[in-house]
Design a protein around this ligand. Structure first.
Ligand code: PLP
Length: 462
């Protein structure tokens, strides 16, 4: 007997419901097993992420997809969502037992201690202690008179975008620029507009934690390429090439680097760009420390690669952290996508702050560069006297020394804080760096010397 079309539809829908229920039950079972794995790893004190195991399962899924004729791109994204959930569950297992700390949590603790009357030397955050350029003051004081307190175009005021395009590279125009509330939001807008859940982002560690946090928040997966002090913080390009799979969509670069101060050699950057081109990957190049380069620095913009996004900011070079003005430069189609995120989230950057940034944009931060270099030299000298190993920074605001054997970042950071100096734990920049601390040079020489003497006392008292 022939069944009618509506009956057939009902039957198929019922089967789809059953299959969906089966999938959900299986996912539940998978998550329970992942939790058990998390508990065991916690007991064994081993890292949650295991790239070899991930590669094996990725290969299995890719082979199966080809065998049964389902898109490997789709199953790869699905797998990444499962892997992300597995990592989340396992990390939760660990975090329930060890409190997670990074430079921001230490900053909050330091602020609490200060509020309670304790004197703290802040060597944990990257916030220059000097003032913004003088013309910023007059730009701000004329805001009311000039009635510059309205919504602006989402991408930012034309004068500022024009000024940034002109200063940044030949052939750019204001449509290649978006003004964002800090470089941080430019990172968020780039990742959220270019990646979908299940896509993969490669981070080169140690790294400023925001790239991974942002990708995870948005349901993307993060793969970490670890670098070492022994290798001068240079990425292994063979490993990088091997990490790429069909779901890899973006590489995050940050040079001059937070926390190591490393600047990539041009020939290494050439190869990274070439790998990205081969696999059509986006390159998110966070260059917020570009004004603090003490050796030759090559910007991603010099390559004219159509899938690159350069992020920068007025926070560091012009000492304007609280103004919250950053920007991104990319092809117009990418800027348009980022602008949609910005329009949805916050309309535009505050107009007074954009005019303040416009005043700052005309001022070269060279004086700040020299001052920072002298401070970093001072820190390096003192760390050397303390027999700590580190790579001399090529740029940025930090030194990332390795602690003596037997010392852990959390213990040292806590004891230092008790003594009145705040530094950042290395593990906040990647799980492998628990034997490092990050020291920020954003204080006067006198304070830096005092802070480092206190740190020395902490290390010696162990
Ligand atoms: N990128 C890196 C590497 C940083 O270290 C920071 C801040 O510390 C930022 C971006 C964010 O800067 P902004 O104040 O412009 O949001």
């Amino acid at each position: 007997m022939k069944i009618s079309a509506p009956e057939e539809l009902d039957e198929i829908r019922s089967e789809i419901r059953n299959i969906t229920s089966d999938i959900i039950r299986k996912v539940q079972k998978r998550n329970e097993l992942c939790k058990q794995v998390g508990e065991i790893k916690n007991r064994l004190k081993i890292d949650v992420r295991d790239e070899k195991v991930e590669q094996e399962i990725r290969l299995l899924v890719s082979n199966l997809s080809n065998e049964i004729g389902i898109s490997p791109d789709f199953t790869g994204r699905l797998l990444n969502i499962l892997l992300t959930e597995s990592v989340r569950l396992q990390l939760k297992e660990q975090r329930d037992q060890t409190r997670f700390e990074n430079h921001l949590t230490i900053f909050s603790k330091a602020k609490e201690l200060e509020a309670a009357g304790k004197k703290i030397i802040h060597m944990e955050v990257g916030e220059p202690d000097y003032s913004p350029p003088e013309p910023v003051k007059s730009a701000l004081s004329s805001i009311f008179e000039l009635k510059r307190y309205h919504y602006t175009e989402t991408k930012g005021i034309m004068q500022l975008r024009t000024s940034i395009a002109r200063m940044s590279s030949n052939g750019l125009n204001p449509n290649n620029v978006i003004i964002t509330p800090g470089g941080r939001f430019a990172v968020f807008a780039a990742i959220s507009s270019l990646l979908v859940p299940g896509d993969e982002l490669i981070c080169i560690e140690p790294a400023w934690p925001a790239y991974a946090e942002c990708a995870c928040l948005l349901g993307s997966t993060v793969s970490s390429l670890r670098t070492t002090l022994e290798d001068g913080w240079s990425p292994d390009l063979g490993k990088l090439a091997n990490m790429i799979n069909p779901n890899t969509k973006m590489i995050a670069l940050n040079y001059p680097n937070n926390p190591t101060g490393k600047i990539l050699e041009k020939k290494i950057l050439n190869q990274i760009v070439s790998i990205a081109k081969d696999h059509k990957l986006y390159i998110l190049s966070d260059e917020v420390y570009r004004d603090y380069a003490f050796t030759k620095f090559v910007s991603i913009m010099e390559y004219g690669y159509e899938r690159s996004i350069m992020v920068s900011s007025f926070s560091k070079g012009h000492a304007m952290t609280g103004f919250r003005v950053g920007y991104a430069i990319a092809k117009e189609n990418i800027i348009d996508r980022m602008a949609k995120v910005q329009a949805t989230a916050l309309t535009s950057v505050a107009e007074p702050m954009q005019y303040a940034a416009l005043a700052a944009a005309e001022i070269s931060p060279a004086e700040n560069t020299d001052r920072m270099k002298r401070r970093l030299d001072l820190i390096c000298e003192k760390l050397h006297e303390m027999s700590l190993c580190f790579a001399k920074p090529d740029g940025a605001l930090y030194v990332f020394p390795k602690l003596w054997d037997g010392l852990s970042d959390h213990k040292v950071v806590q004891r230092a804080l008790n003594l009145g100096v705040a530094v950042a734990p290395g593990s906040g920049f990647g799980g492998q760096y628990g034997q490092f601390i990050r020291i920020s040079a954003c204080q006067s020489n006198d304070k830096l010397e005092e802070g480092l003497d206190l740190l020395n006392a902490v290390l010696r008292s162990n």
